[in-house]
Design a binder for this molecule. Structure first.
Ligand code: HEM
Length: 219
């Protein structure tokens, strides 16, 4: 069992930590805004383009609401000074964001496996979505189980990995955005590689940050 050492949080340190939620919210802005745009579009009625969502709206509604709630609340969970100063807030926010993240991930996996995907998505992308969706949902479950047995280090590792996968939606916009500008809507293997690369980049960054913070706590 591992526990964190309580360190006093100075106002300067707390102010310095705000870059963490600020940059995570910025990264989440594109997928969250496209979620809102999709909800507005669906409320306007059925079109040829939105038929795959309109004819079976529950998965996309659960996906957008769950994933957006998870990304927004999760951005503040990763702020060390806030966790230390407001442990009750951390717990209550966690009780909302874990089910929201699980719902967002499972509904994404459901759509990947069962929905009629657009012509520009291929089977490789479907498998990537199933793989990383499973890492996200599995990470949340493992993180939750770890904190129930008071294993803070394992909790933090799995929560960071799950959140990194969810933020893949933001990094995908950064990776594929320039492709859209230069060459138009990517499709097939190019899209699958871009989406997969974004998930791998995020997981590598999360792993590096977790290990760096563990090393600084030890030293
Ligand atoms: C591993 C996690 C995720 C998986 C497996 C996943 C999977 C999917 C799938 C299969 C679709 C349907 C694609 C289509 O038919 O065009 C979709 C759509 C969407 N996802 Fe995710 N997703 C994930 C995470 C997220 C996150 C964190 C967000 C953030 C809000 C998000 C936002 C959206 C939005 C807005 C759409 C609708 C896109 C549109 O309007 O065409 N997703 N997702």
């Amino acid at each position: 069992m591992t526990t964190t050492t309580a360190r006093p949080t100075t106002p300067t340190r707390a102010r310095r930590d705000w870059w963490i939620p600020a940059s995570l919210l910025l990264l989440a802005a594109v997928p969250s805004a496209s979620g809102v745009a999709r909800l507005v579009d669906l409320s306007g009625g059925r079109t040829e383009e939105n038929a795959r969502f309109f004819d079976l709206p529950l998965p996309i509604l659960v996906h957008i609401l769950g994933a957006t709630t998870y990304l927004v609340l999760g951005a503040f969970q990763l702020m060390p000074s806030l966790r230390r100063r407001r442990p009750r807030w951390h717990r209550w926010s966690g009780r909302v964001l874990v089910p929201a993240g699980v719902a967002g991930g499972l509904s994404g996996m459901w759509m990947a496996a069962w929905s009629d995907l657009p012509a520009y998505d291929n089977e490789a992308l479907m498998w990537l979505r199933l793989l990383f969706g499973a890492v996200m949902v599995g990470g949340l479950v493992l993180g939750l189980l770890a904190i129930r047995r008071r294993d803070v280090r394992t909790h933090q590792r799995w929560m960071a990995r799950a959140y990194a996968v969810a933020q893949g939606a933001g990094t995908q916009a950064l990776v594929l955005g320039p492709v859209v500008v230069v060459a138009g809507q990517p499709s097939g293997n190019l899209k699958a590689v871009g989406m997969g690369a974004a998930w791998v980049i995020n997981l590598a960054v999360a792993e590096w940050l977790v290990r760096r913070s563990e090393a600084s706590r030890r030293g």
